[in-house]
Design a protein around this ligand. Structure first.
Ligand code: ADP
Length: 464
């Protein structure tokens, strides 16, 4: 089939298809020892417009409400406040013009590929059996599964099963295609292939939808695929920045504009407490590092990222080998880490004063340099100093133990303090993390069975 090249690359139009206006979502949960009902705000005041012809990526760390937002936009779940407008009209309930591709697809094992795809049209009884089959075969063909119509799911690779998922969504010819982390369950090569193919179909307007909205936590994926990148942050889930993507013909891994955008997004995401607009403005003015805002949006209690503390040694060594500074996107790629893994690592690195993330780089501090050069014993000593200086919860535990005549405390005393700030589950996780860091630094000991925190003789005598 001859392609009409003039239609290949089109900028999105100004026509708004779907819009979120002031969307809030909260869940009421029973939490804490007193089991008081407490509302958690998952989404706060979301404004978002999806235009005709636009590929929108919703990007953010896990827990920032991306999936919740996608479900609210599709009408699968209601918002707590605010409106969803479809072509300007307020709507509620599932939007029949939207189809969703999920991370993994529940295919019926006893149905063939064709039958699984036909299921997509089940809710449209007006379509005749012959039509249903014809449309399904077209979708199967489009998505590159030609020849596998009669295969059963168990005969297919993960990548092919995901293609069936795409075919099932596309067969209904939705006006908007939603994708919730559609590539993240696939291996790197398969994901790359499927991404490239999907982009080709989209660019050549072979996909019968007007817009695509994709939830992802992969920065490069968002920059390589989207016309608009919505960067979300958490606590509460909110839109931190809306960035224009690179023109579709300019996108590419080696393209300097793409590189610069990847770098900018890394900078925003790795500085969750900074104002994204300030970071962007500083970048535009090329005026050096973003000015740290004097008033940080402070959490009421310092949040510890849940990482194995020993992994920080490796990170310090890697940056030291690069001369004390490395690009975060390079680190992410080299360590094969997506932001959900990289972000907590960088946060812990910063909390402990080993490095600073600015302008998309991670820069070692003098302590970070010492950590990179130290042997195992010296490293523990450095951790001990840094943890006592900078980690609120470790300081609290140490002070509580120092004050106690028997140099011990029940963990419940610490947990109940944490539950003033965190949900019961998160308080538990915070304590577990602090305990593992504190044990590594040999600051205190912990008995798993009794939940007792105590100073060991060596730890007790160190103080003085
Ligand atoms: P993301 O897709 O960015 O990882 P989600 O939208 O899945 O984030 O979740 C955002 C937050 O909302 C999380 O903290 C999650 O625990 C919470 N959440 C999601 N669904 C529910 C629910 N049904 N009840 C209570 N909390 C929920």
């Amino acid at each position: 089939m001859a392609l009409n090249n003039s239609r290949k690359i089109e900028a999105p139009s100004q026509v708004i298809i779907l819009e979120a206006a002031g969307i809030y979502k909260s869940y009421v949960n029973q939490t804490g020892a007193k089991a008081e009902a407490q509302a958690t705000t998952v989404l706060e005041n979301i404004q978002l417009q999806i235009h005709d012809g636009e590929f929108v990526a919703i990007l953010g760390p896990s827990g920032s409400g991306k999936s919740t937002l996608l479900r609210i936009l599709s009408g699968l779940i209601p918002s707590s406040r605010g409106e969803i407008r479809y072509h300007g009209e307020t709507v509620s309930g599932p939007n029949p013009h939207v189809a969703i591709v999920f991370q993994t697809f529940a295919l019926f094992p006893w149905l063939t590929v064709l039958e699984n795809v036909e299921l997509g049209l089940e809710s449209q009884p007006e379509i005749s059996k012959t039509q249903r089959m014809k449309k399904s075969l077209n979708a199967i063909d489009l998505i590159g599964l030609d020849g596998f119509e009669d295969a059963y799911p168990k005969e297919l690779s993960g990548g092919m099963r995901q293609r069936v998922g795409f075919a099932r969504a596309l067969v209904v010819e939705p006006e908007i295609l939603f994708m919730d982390e559609p590539f993240s369950a696939l291996d790197v090569l398969t994901a790359g292939n499927l991404r490239t193919e999907l982009m080709r179909l989209w660019r050549e307007r072979k996909i019968p939808t007007k817009s695509i909205v994709m939830v992802t936590h992969n920065i490069e994926e968002s920059v390589l695929m989207a016309d608009k990148i919505v960067v979300m942050g958490h606590d509460p889930g909110r839109v931190r920045a809306v960035l224009s993507g690179i023109a579709i013909q300019e996108r590419g891994k080696k393209n300097p504009e793409s590189e610069a955008l990847i770098d900018l997004v890394y900078t925003i995401i790795t500085q969750p407490d900074e104002d994204a607009d300030e970071i962007i403005a500083a970048r535009m003015k090329k005026s050096g590092p973003a000015q740290k805002s004097p008033v940080k949006t402070s959490r009421s209690y310092q949040f510890l990222p849940h990482i194995q503390i020993s992994t920080l040694n490796g990170l310090a060594e890697l940056i030291a080998r690069r001369g004390g500074k490395e690009d975060l996107s390079v680190l992410g790629r080299e360590l094969q880490m997506e932001i959900d893994d990289l972000l907590p690592l960088v946060e812990a690195f910063e909390i402990l004063g080993f490095g600073e993330a600015t302008e998309g780089d991670l820069i070692l501090t003098a302590e970070g340099q010492r950590l990179a050069e130290g042997n195992e014993l010296e490293d523990k000593e450095i951790f001990r100093e840094q943890a006592l200086q900078y980690v609120e919860l470790i300081r609290l535990i140490k002070q509580t133990l120092d004050k106690d005549p028997r140099r011990e405390t029940e963990e419940d005393a610490i947990l109940s303090k944490l539950q003033e700030y965190f949900t019961e589950d998160e308080a538990r996780r915070q304590l577990d993390t602090a305990v593992s860091w504190g044990r590594y630094a040999e600051l205190f000991a912990y008995d798993n069975e009794s939940g007792l925190l105590y100073l060991e003789d060596t730890a007790a005598t160190q103080e003085g």
